[in-house]
Write a protein that binds this ligand. Structure first.
Ligand code: UD2
Length: 296
């Protein structure tokens, strides 16, 4: 009725008029298949938050902390509480071989921590790649019922600035900060045709980082299932892709295009100086001594 309509209008946010002509010109903010590429100043924070608040989704994060990587959990969680989906419902799922070493971090309202016990491995490549399997199984057993969206992230990282609802979509991947200026021939895709992660030299859109992927739970479920299968099939054939599950992820995303692409603002590296395109660093890998922290 009319009364309803007017109160609805009153409750709507007022925000700056979007321009058709003025915007960022130094970066491309849309893929050739018309998925947004999320950069600072391409979205309105208040508007995005308002839209997603009305839907009130629950967002899951999965991180793995096996062996010495447990030492990264505290900073990861503390910085996520400051910057990740602030004022949304968030569930953290920490997979570890040492549950007793997971610190108890003070969480804000509507946010929960689940610790999942998994076995370790003597090979870091195996730990990294098996994440696909564990995520798939966890979606089947509970995340599928407990969350609407999921982000699967590297634990040896910190949030540094807003990571909000602008990142939500059906299938979401991030452009790796090391390769956003490179020719596709230089991408470290798997180049041996014997591997199921194979990508020929004349193909490829972007080089996506394995440290960040996500989306609607059901879309991520399909992704993890396919990547896990491909990794295991390769193993039967005694081949391991150049960058393990990251290679399989890149292959999957080439033929199953992401519906939203995050700019390298959402995956930086502490050792890398900020470039002029990345106006805000939101999430960044910490500097680590591989020899000291990896099992081999
Ligand atoms: C790259 C990718 C990473 C993954 C890997 C595959 C980026 C920034 N990172 O990172 O996502 O695709 O290559 O080879 O694109 N882990 C443990 N314990 C270990 C080893 C690993 O828990 O002993 C977990 C942990 O959550 C870590 C993740 O596996 O964040 C990836 O391992 P990494 O960070 O050592 O891999 P890296 O830096 O080569």
């Amino acid at each position: 009725d009319l009364d309803m309509a007017s109160s609805e209008i009153e409750n709507r946010l007022s925000y700056k008029q979007p321009s058709v002509l003025v915007g960022r010109t130094d970066v491309v903010a849309v893929t050739p298949w018309l998925a947004p590429i999320v950069w600072e100043k391409t979205f309105n924070v208040e508007l995005i938050d308002d839209i997603y608040k009305r839907i009130n989704p629950t967002i899951a994060i999965t991180v793995f902390a096996v062996g010495k990587y447990v030492k990264f959990v505290q900073d990861f969680l503390e910085t996520a509480e400051k910057h990740f989906m602030v004022s949304f419902n968030v569930r953290y799922y920490v997979f570890t071989d040492q549950p007793h070493k997971i610190p108890s971090v003070k969480l804000n309202e509507g946010r929960y921590l689940h610790v999942k016990n998994i076995s370790g491995s003597t090979r870091w490549q195996e730990i990294s790649a098996r994440r696909m399997e564990f995520i798939q199984k966890a979606i089947e057993s509970n995340i599928g019922k407990e969350a609407d969206y999921i982000f699967c992230l590297d634990v040896d990282s910190k949030f540094k600035d807003r990571w909000g609802a602008e990142t939500l979509d059906r299938l979401v991947a991030v452009i790796h900060p090391g390769y956003y200026e490179s020719d596709r021939k230089q991408f470290p895709y798997e180049r041996r045709s014997a591997s199921l992660a194979y990508i020929p030299m004349d193909q490829g859109d972007y080089y996506y980082g394995g440290a960040v992927f996500g989306g609607r739970v059901e879309y991520v479920y399909n992704l993890t299932k396919k990547c896990r299968k491909a990794f295991e099939k390769d193993k039967e054939n005694s081949i391991e892709a150049a960058w393990q599950e990251e290679s399989h992820l890149n292959r999957y995303l080439l033929y199953n295009k992401p519906t939203k692409v995050l700019s390298p603002e959402y995956l930086w590296q502490d050792f890398k100086d900020r470039t002029k395109e990345a106006q805000v660093i939101r999430f960044s890998g910490v500097i680590k001594n591989y020899k000291e922290i990896r099992p081999n």
